[in-house]
Design a protein around this ligand. Sequence first.
Ligand code: FE
Length: 420
Amino acid sequence: MARIVGAIATSHTPTIGFALDSGKQDDPAWKPIFEAYRPIQKWIAEKQPDVLFLIYNDHITSFFFDHYSAFALGVDEIYHVADEGGGARKVPPVRGNAALSRHIVQSLVTDEFDMSVFREKPLDHGCFSPLSVLLDPKDGEWPIEIVPLQVGVLQFPIPTAKRCFNLGQALRTAIESYPEDLKVAIVATGGLSHQVHGERCGFNNTEWDEEFLDLLEKDPVALTRLTHADYARLGGMEGSEVIMWLIMRGALSGKVRRIHNSYYLPSMCAIATAIYEDDAAPLGEAESKAHFERIHEQLRGAEALEGTYPYTLDRSARGYSINRFLHDLVNEDNRARFHADPEGEFEAAGLSEEERDLIRRRDWRGLIHYGAIFFVLEKLAAVTGASNLDIYAGMRGQPLDEFMKTRNQQVTYSVAAADD
Ligand code: FE
C-alpha cells in the first residue's frame, strides 16, 4: 500500500527559482533562502519518497479563464516547464506518476470531490520554483515523480479553506488505498503573506504568518473558519493562496509534529518552509482494500455489457494521441492539411502505424476498441463526408442499408454544418 511519509510546506515565489538560476547562493540577500531548504533536502534524502504530491496554483500561465476550475489534478506522464513570458527556465521536465494520479481522481470523485483532470499543461513557477530547490536534477532528470494538484485560487469564487482541509482528508484515504508500495510526501506551496496587485501591493504581516504557522500545526480547524476576506486582510490578497496548505494539513492527522521551520522576507513575499511528520497509524490493509473496492463500485458490472467500453481515465490515457489528433480536426487549418496530406499529418502528430491504419481504413469499430471516444469519430466522419449512420453500421459490423432498416426513419446525418 502507498504511505504518506510526511509533508513539506514551501512558498513558491518566482524569486526562489530566479535566485537559483542566477547563482545567488552566496549573496547575503539570497543566502537565507538556500539555507532554509537544506534541512528539507536532507529530510527528502532520508525519507526517500517515490512521489511528491505537489499542491500549487498556476499563475494564469497554463490555466486561463476560458475554463477555470477549482481542483485540477495532473494525470500526465510528463510535465514540462512553462514559459511565463521570458522563455522557459532551463530545468528538465518532471515525470508524473500517472497511475497514482488516476487512482487519486477515482477516489476523490467517489468521495464527492468532483475533480477536473489535466494533461499537456506546462507547470509554472508555482511548481518548479520550489521543486528546483527541493530536488537536484541529475543527468537531466528529476529523481522523484510528482502528482501535481492545481488549485484555482485566482478567480473567485474559489474553494473555501474548509473545503481545502476536507479535500486533504479525502486525499489521505486516496493515497493510502493505492495498492502499490509507494512512499508519498505531500508538498504544499504558496504564500506566505503578500499582495502583488493594487495600491496595497507590498503588504506583508509577519505576526500573522507566525500565527498561521502555529495554527496550521496545532489547530488547523480554526483556520478553516476564516473567510477569503479574513485571509486577504491578514495576509494580503495573493497571500490567501495559503489555503492550499490546508489541503496538505488535512492529509495529516491530529498527531502531527513540525520538525523544521524557516521564515524570511527578502522583498515582496514572505518565504516560509516547514516539514511535518505524522505519528498516526496509516489505514489498515483491510480498510484500504475496502476503500479500493468502493471506489470502483460505480462501474462494476459495466464491463459485462456487450460491445460497451466505458471511457475511463485508463482508456483516455491509452488513446490520448489518437483522440488528440481527431479532436484537432475541429480546427479548419488542420482539416485542410489533413485533406491535402493525411500521411504528413500522421507523421507530424507522431501517430503509430496501428493508429494511422485505423484512421486510413475508417475502422470505426477498431478505433473504439483502440481507445478513441465516439465523439471524435463523429468529427472524422464529418471531415471525410461520412454520416453518423456509417459509423454506427461500421461499429456493429453491418452494411449501412441493413443497419438503417433497424431504425424507425431512414435518415442520415452528421455533425458537419449543413450546406447553404
Ligand atoms: Fe502563487
